[in-house]
Write a protein that binds this ligand. Structure first.
Ligand code: PLP
Length: 394
């Protein structure tokens, strides 16, 4: 007799429970801001990806509302059939111009972008060399392809070169890396990666989800940060869901990339286009970041201030180079306990343990935003000091 659905569900759930991996998301009773309300308590939010405060920004909401009124609630079809509205194409031109790339295409999310682009680009006989810490959506995207997959050690140029030396093909060679790694906050050494990739005739593919809106002039991203945006052998993908405040993903690079994706990327072909309000919000985000450089300034001032504070309390933040600030607590239960104690003190920051991060490196992952005030950060640091001492970590 076949397994019943209830049995499958209860077995899997108790397995997750037993291994401490069962999550139940916290519910926010306010928009995503520097301060949010959780369980009736006003808390300082260090858990979001809302780097520039765009999730609830007046200019984004205004343009979203204008597009909603003018263009409707939905796009009505998939992009390839009848869902490409003029605002989609206008935004893609705006994005390509912002990124300084030959073309840009927008998809539904960063996750869908990795599925779509890797799936569209790679064929049997191709070789992909992927950083061991790459995001889940890259791993899943690669599963959709028949290319040969090899892994290199995290950000390790020597190991990347070894893999490229040991594996050759007449097909496409693709080196795949995150631009900024979401758990440690380190930046991929793209200058070196691209240099090695070129020597072996490989194209570099950068998933810049945490670099978009954070690194490079006006937040143009990690590729821009390294001055590689004009390179035809670098493909940038990323998200419009984190710093840019809406939801969506993009692929930008070679002038012909867009056209191939329009024809081959399965999320583009088989999933309904982004609704007008989202396009409006994203378009406004690109305008605001160029009009108001103080946002990027505040983001980085806050990031530096918070990291310096964490360091002087005696915590390890793994030398993060970005506003992502991990605070190491050791084993997972300590990180989860710390998160709970911080929440009691009005600080919302999530604990992350194995298998998302290595054993012994369980942490609380903080993301400081442009919206936090010095007072917010001082309160958070004070709470970290107390909790760290209570748990014997500092
Ligand atoms: C968050 C993230 C994604 C997913 O982006 P969404 O737009 O939220 O789907 C993809 N890649 C990386 C590296 C990410 O950090």
């Amino acid at each position: 007799m076949a397994l019943s659905l209830s049995e499958r569900l209860s077995r899997e759930l108790s397995h997750l429970q037993a291994s401490g991996l069962l999550i139940s998301p916290r519910v926010l009773h306010t928009p995503s801001r520097a301060h949010v309300r959780i369980d009736g308590q006003d808390v300082i939010n260090l858990a979001s990806n809302n780097y520039l405060g765009f999730a609830d920004h007046p200019a984004l909401k205004e343009k979203a509302a204008a597009y909603l009124r003018e263009w409707g609630a939905g796009a009505g079809a998939v992009r390839g059939i009848a869902g490409t509205l003029q605002i989609h194409e206008d935004f893609e031109r705006q994005l390509a111009e912002f990124k300084h790339t030959g073309s840009a295409l927008v998809l539904h999310s960063g996750f869908a972008t990795n599925q779509g682009v890797l799936g569209a680009l790679l064929q049997e006989g191709d070789l992909v060399v992927s950083d061991e810490l790459n995001h889940a959506s890259i791993i899943d995207g690669l599963r959709l392809t028949k290319a040969t997959k090899k892994i290199f050690k995290h950000a390790d140029i020597m190991d990347l070169e070894r893999v490229l030396q040991e594996n050759d093909t007449d097909g496409l060679k693709l080196v795949v890396t995150d631009g900024v790694f979401s758990m440690d906050g380190d930046i991929a050494p793209l200058d070196k990666i691209v240099e090695v990739a070129r020597r072996y005739g490989a194209v570099t593919y950068v998933d810049d989800a945490h670099g978009s809106g954070v690194l490079g002039a006006d937040g143009r991203g990690t590729v821009h940060h390294f001055g590689l945006e004009h390179a035809d052998d670098v493909i940038q993908v990323g998200t419009l869901s984190k710093a840019w405040g809406g939801v969506g993903g993009y692929a930008a690079g070679h002038a012909d990339l867009r056209e191939l994706l329009i024809n081959r990327a399965r999320p583009f072909l088989f999933s309904t286009a982004q609704p007008p309000a989202v396009v409006g919000a994203l378009s406004a985000a690109l305008e605001v970041v160029r009009r108001d450089p103080s946002l990027m300034q505040r983001l980085w001032d806050n990031a530096r201030y918070f990291k310096a504070g964490i360091e002087s309390l005696g915590f390890d933040h793994l030398g993060s180079q970005t506003p992502i600030t991990p605070v190491i607590f050791g084993e997972a239960p300590a990180a989860f306990e710390a998160s709970r104690l911080l929440l009691e003190r009005g600080i919302f920051a999530t604990g992350i343990g194995f298998p998302t991060v290595p054993m012994g490196k369980a942490r609380i992952r903080n993301i400081v935003t442009a919206e936090h005030t010095r007072d917010d950060l001082d309160k958070a640091l004070e709470a970290y000091g107390t909790v760290g001492r209570d748990l014997g970590v500092v």
